[in-house]
Design a protein around this ligand. Structure first.
Ligand SMILES: [Zn+2]
Length: 280
């Protein structure tokens, strides 16, 4: 017993010690013992401190036990978790629901403290699930076109630079790809070529391969002049020539057979039609 504790007990005994004849008459050994017990308990730390002390002691004991029996403890934990998976899940969900803000704050704090790990985890996940991630992004952008549009507007300069850099680095690849596309899409190519030439002449409007399909169907795939079967071919002709102020809109386009197209040139459409016996 420490000197301090001894002194305290002496003080406690002094407090309950009989001080007068009346006290002595009243005292019994049992009473004295009970009083001494009370005095001792009074010297103990308050109960909440005792609980803490006991907890720390137990934690230390537990830690020592875990250290010695790590495998066993892990195995037990696994058995327990497997047997009580549902219960654990429910308990976790209930805890999270009740402590939403706390959980959120804790997670945010953890992420702030473990930035590198978060970054590495994300990169690893992305590497392992690249296709899935790209699919998800594509689906999101398809469902939210305004997001992509806003990004493009906000980063127009950056995008232009990136595109230019890509074109510079992949000139050969691009040329190849374009040649392949042109070979695979002669209709679209011709439509584009017409538009380009019309633009050069200052004509307004444009038509697409789809427009040509519509026009061809309207002409029943026959030359607009001589009614020769075009068999999916024919020349795209400006009804009012561009040179005479015609537009490049689909309404000014017709399909002609080769001979008709060659003989028409840039003649006035009405005069040309009349030379073919047609009156417009
Ligand atoms: Zn013809």
């Amino acid at each position: 017993m420490s000197a301090l504790m001894m002194q305290r007990q002496i003080d406690a005994l002094n407090q309950i010690a009989p001080r007068s004849d009346a006290d002595l008459k009243d005292i019994s050994l049992q009473k004295l013992r009970a009083a001494l017990g009370n005095a001792r308990r009074a010297l103990l730390p308050p109960p909440e401190v005792l609980v803490k002390v006991r907890r720390i002691r137990r934690t230390k004991q537990n830690a020592a036990y875990y250290a010695e029996n790590a495998d066993k403890v892990r195995e037990w934990g696994g058995v327990y978790r497997t047997a009580n998976a549902e219960k654990i899940k429910e308990r976790k969900a209930a805890y999270c629901a009740e402590n939403k803000e706390k959980v959120k704050a804790r997670m945010a704090a953890w992420r702030t403290e473990n930035k590198e790990k978060v970054k590495a985890d994300r990169a690893a996940y992305y590497a392992a699930n690249r296709d899935k991630a790209l699919e998800r992004v594509a689906a999101y952008l398809a469902a939210n076109p305004e997001v992509r549009a806003a990004y493009r507007t906000a980063n127009a300069d950056k995008i232009r630079e990136m595109k230019a850099a890509y074109r510079a680095e992949n000139a050969d690849k691009i040329k190849e790809r374009e040649a392949a596309w042109r070979a695979a899409n002669p209709d679209k190519m011709r439509a584009q070529e017409h538009t380009r030439r019309a633009r050069k002449r200052g004509a307004e409007g444009k038509f697409t391969a789809e427009d040509i399909s519509t026009i061809r169907a309207a002409q029943k795939d026959k030359c607009a002049m001589c009614k020769t079967k075009l068999k999916g071919r024919g020349h795209r002709d400006h009804i009012v020539p561009l040179a005479k102020g015609g537009s490049n809109w689909p309404a000014n386009i017709q399909l002609l057979c080769g001979p008709c197209n060659c003989s028409k040139g840039a003649k006035d459409p009405i005069a040309f039609a009349r030379t073919h016996g047609r009156l417009l």
